[in-house]
Ligand binder design. Structure first.
Ligand SMILES: NC(=O)C1=CN([C@@H]2O[C@H](COP(=O)(O)OP(=O)(O)OC[C@H]3O[C@@H](n4cnc5c(N)ncnc54)[C@H](OP(=O)(O)O)[C@@H]3O)[C@@H](O)[C@H]2O)C=CC1
Ligand SMILES: Cc1cn([C@H]2C[C@H](O)[C@@H](COP(=O)(O)OP(=O)(O)O[C@H]3O[C@@H](C)C(=O)[C@@H](O)[C@H]3O)O2)c(=O)[nH]c1=O
Length: 290
């Protein structure tokens, strides 16, 4: 399979990839130290491509602070668009397959039917817009790519909604959580498994795919499930988006349709509640072991 270069290795998905690669004994993954893996440094990247001659490049690096991006447009664009352009250029030069991760936030979310890959994108936020620009630069350099759009990532690694809810559930008497934003959570460990399956099967079905866990929920119902499955008792009140003002606007409906990834890549996807239970058990085991 050759070398597989991973960028953004210390982020949530990067750490999940390392976890799954360890479990599956997948050879070849190179998790570069951060100072050698800045996706804005084209010369530095070229040195890494020359050294490793990678078969695959997995880009987990991104600017992901959704609200902050509204004030840091140029930085978000640099990382989410220009960084992806750099990697795409080098992938083209070295015959490397690029695996790029994108987001449900490329959609406006004004509909009520699961979104397919060909549905029109219309981001509401700077984060969503710059991630879409990142998707759009890739085909200008190479046709040898997989772009996986995913949604609501969580895991036992880094910061995410599940860990925030568990923390706030301990600290507060009441939580107020939005129920009129609907989507599907994705266990980043499952997404990492999908990425490694694409590589292990050496699929040539290049293109744009949607990947989340199965099922549909709201942030409120997700929070309620986190508390129920973790045995946390905290009053949880459903609120409307307008009652929780944020700098960035988020899509109201961003359920991704996974038919393409399942039929063309043969990926099996667990229901979000099953994966949430697994994640919570692993978090509990980590607490018990500490
Ligand atoms: N989190 C989510 O809910 C979702 C995420 N996604 C997408 O999935 C992917 C992975 O997200 P996730 O792992 O959660 O994000 P994280 O924010 O946890 O990780 C992103 C990583 O990218 C690193 N990074 C930032 N700038 C650069 C740079 N110039 N060069 C190299 N690395 C850099 C960050 O480092 P540092 O921390 O030092 O800045 C961080 O380690 C991203 O593409 C994201 O857009 C899609 C849908 C949902
Ligand atoms: C903490 C908290 C959040 N919320 C809401 C705000 C928001 O609409 C939703 C999720 O909030 P967060 O800030 O955790 O997540 P957010 O940054 O909106 O998550 C997004 O991140 C980017 C990177 C993506 O690509 C998206 O798919 C999505 O996962 O929950 C509440 O209603 N009550 C609360 O107490």
């Amino acid at each position: 399979m050759g070398n597989i270069l991973v960028f953004g290795a210390s982020g949530q998905l990067g750490q999940c990839l390392a976890h799954v690669a360890r479990e599956r004994n997948t050879p070849g993954l190179q998790f570069l130290p951060e100072d050698q893996a800045n996706i804005l440094d084209l010369a530095g990247l070229r040195a890494q491509f020359a050294r490793y001659q990678p078969s695959y490049c997995i880009n987990c690096a991104a600017y992901t602070a959704v609200d902050k991006a509204e004030d840091e447009v140029e930085l978000a664009r640099k990382i989410n668009r220009d960084g992806v352009a750099n990697l795409s250029q080098l992938c083209a030069e070295y015959g490397t397959t690029l695996i790029q991760i994108s987001t449900d936030f490329v959609f406006a979310g004004t509909g009520n039917q699961p979104l397919v890959e060909t549905d029109a994108s219309a981001p509401l936020s700077v984060y969503g817009l710059t991630k879409l620009e990142g998707e759009q630069v890739v085909p200008g350099y190479t046709s040898q790519y997989f772009i996986l759009r995913t949604s609501w990532l969580y895991s036992e690694y880094a910061n995410n909604f599940v860990k925030t809810m568990l923390k706030l559930g301990q600290e507060r008497d009441e939580l107020r959580v939005i129920w009129d934003q609907v989507g599907t959570p994705t266990y980043a460990i499952d997404l990492a498994g999908c990425i490694l399956t694409i590589i292990e099967t050496q699929s040539r079905e290049f293109g744009l795919y949607h990947y989340s866990n199965e099922g549909v929920t709201s942030w409120y119902d997700f929070a309620t499930a986190i508390f129920e499955l973790s045995g946390t008792t905290v009053k949880t009140t459903p609120i409307r988006t307008a009652e929780y003002p944020t700098k960035a606007t988020r899509p109201a409906y961003s359920v991704l349709d996974k038919t393409k990834v399942k039929t063309q890549l043969g990926v099996v996807i667990p229901h979000w509640r099953t994966s949430l239970q697994t994640c919570l058990e692993r978090l509990q085991q980590a607490v018990s072991a500490a």
